[in-house]
Ligand binder design. Structure first.
Ligand code: UT7
Length: 331
C-alpha cells in the first residue's frame, strides 16, 4: 500500500469589507504612505469594524466559503483546528464554537496558538493526524482579528496588522503529494520582543494595565525583523538541502506575510525567481494566522497539481519553521 500523506484538497477565505488604507493611517498617527510602502510593502489592510464580532466570525465565514465551493457536508468533517492568536475569549475554545456554527457536529475541535506560526504548526499537526489514519477530513483554519489587540496610537505596530481568515481542508493522499517534510523550530528567549504584555496569567487585567495600554501588542521591530530574516531563510534553505532540492525545483514560496522585505530575503536565500514568490501583503497587511491560507486562496487558480511549495513562517515566541509539500489539485 502506498504511503499516506496529508494534502490540501480545498481552500476558502474571508476578508472583512472595511479597508484601512495608508492614507487613513496618516490621519491617525505620524506616518506616511511612502514610509509604510517602502518599509513593509503594505498599502491597505482589512478591519472587522463590528465590535460585537470576534475571530470566530472571520473563521466561520472562511469555512463557509470553503464549504460552498466544495459542496462538502460539514457532518463529514471529523476535526476542526482553529489556528489563532486572538481567540474570542480566554478559556472557552473558539474552535468549538466555530465547529458548531458551521454544522461540523461530528467533529471535535481545538485552538492552536503560536502567534504568526500558528497556521504552519497547524499544518504539521493536521498532517500527523492524517498520516496516523485517525482522522480523514480536517478543517484547518487560520483566523485573526488583529485589530482587537492593536494600539492605533502606536505607529510601529498599527501600520502592519490586519484582520482576515483562510481555511483549508486536509485529507489523505496516496499519490505522493501533500506534506513531504517539515523543519520546525522555537526559541522562548525571544518572547519579550513581540507580545501582548497584559491580559494573560502573568499579568491579569487590572485598571492599571488598561490605563497603561498593556493589552495591546508591542514589538521590538528591528530585533524581530533580524530574527525573522535569519531564521525563516535558514529553515527554508535547510529543508531544500535535506530534500536535495534547489530553487529550480520549487514552483512556489508561500511565506508568512509579515513584511515584504522579509519574504524577499527568504526567496533570495533560496535562489528563487521572484515570479515564484506568493505575495498579497499589499492588500491585507500581516493577518497573523491567516496569511498562509490566504495565499493559498489567492493563488489557487495558479497552483497546479504536483507543484512543489515551500511554506515558511516566523512569529512571536519566537516560533518558526518550514514545510515542503506538493499541491494536489487543479482548480
Ligand atoms: O509577524 C510577526 C513578526 N513580525 C515581524 O516580522 C515584524 C518585523 N519588523 C518589521 O517588519 C520592521 O522592523 C518594522 C516594519 C516594524 C519597522 O521597520 P524598520 O525598517 O525596522 O524601522 P525602524 O524600527 O528601524 O525605524 C526606523 C525609523 C525610526 O525613526 P528614527 O529613529 O530613525 O528617527 C522610527 O521611529 O522609522 C520610524 N518609524 C516610522 N516612521 C514613519 C517607525 N514606525 C514608523 C511609521 N511611520 N509607521
Amino acid at each position: 500500500m502506498s504511503k499516506v500523506t496529508a494534502a490540501i484538497t480545498a481552500v476558502g477565505k474571508y476578508l472583512p469589507d472595511y479597508i484601512l488604507t495608508n492614507k487613513e493611517l496618516e490621519t491617525m498617527v505620524d506616518t506616511n504612505d511612502e514610509w509604510i510602502t517602502t518599509r513593509t510593502g503594505i498599502k491597505e489592510r482589512r478591519i472587522l469594524k463590528d465590535p460585537d464580532k470576534g475571530t470566530s466570525f472571520l473563521a466561520i465565514k472562511a469555512s463557509e466559503d470553503l464549504l460552498s465551493k466544495t459542496g462538502l457536508d460539514p457532518k463529514e468533517i471529523d476535526l476542526v483546528i482553529l489556528c489563532t492568536a486572538t481567540p474570542d475569549m480566554q478559556a472557552a475554545s473558539t474552535g468549538a464554537y466555530v465547529a458548531s456554527e458551521i454544522g461540523a457536529v461530528n467533529a471535535f475541535s481545538f485552538d492552536l496558538e503560536s502567534a504568526c506560526s500558528s497556521f504552519l504548526y497547524g499544518m504539521s499537526v493536521a498532517a500527523g493526524y492524517i498520516e496516523s489514519g485517525r482522522y480523514k477530513k480536517i478543517l484547518l483554519i487560520g483566523a485573526d482579528k488583529n485589530s482587537s489587540m492593536i494600539d492605533y496610537q502606536d505607529r510601529t505596530t498599527c501600520i502592519i496588522f490586519g484582520d482576515g481568515a483562510g481555511a483549508v481542508l486536509v485529507e489523505p493522499n496516496t499519490e505522493g503529494l501533500g506534506l513531504l517534510d517539515e523543519y520546525m523550530r522555537s526559541d522562548g528567549s525571544g518572547r519579550e520582543f513581540l507580545k501582548v504584555p497584559a491580559g494573560g496569567s502573568v499579568m491579569p487585567a487590572t485598571v492599571e494595565t488598561v490605563e497603561n495600554r498593556l493589552h495591546y501588542a508591542r514589538q521590538d521591530g528591528q530585533t524581530v525583523f533580524k530574527n525573522a530574516v535569519f531564521n525563516m531563510a535558514d529553515v527554508s534553505e535547510k529543508i531544500l538541502e535535506r530534500n536535495n532540492l534547489t530553487g529550480e525545483d520549487v514552483q512556489w514560496l508561500a511565506a508568512h506575510q509579515a513584511n515584504k522585505r522579509i519574504v524577499e530575503a527568504t526567496a533570495r536565500r533560496m535562489k528563487l525567481d521572484p515570479s515564484k514568490v506568493m505575495l498579497n501583503i499589499s492588500k491585507y497587511g500581516n493577518t497573523t494566522s491567516a496569511t498562509i491560507p490566504l495565499l493559498f486562496a489567492d493563488y489557487e487558480k495558479e497552483l497546479k497539481k504536483g507543484d512543489t511549495v515551500i511554506v515558511a513562517a516566523f512569529g512571536g515566541g519566537f516560533s518558526w519553521g518550514a514545510i515542503y509539500f506538493k499541491w494536489c489539485y487543479n482548480s
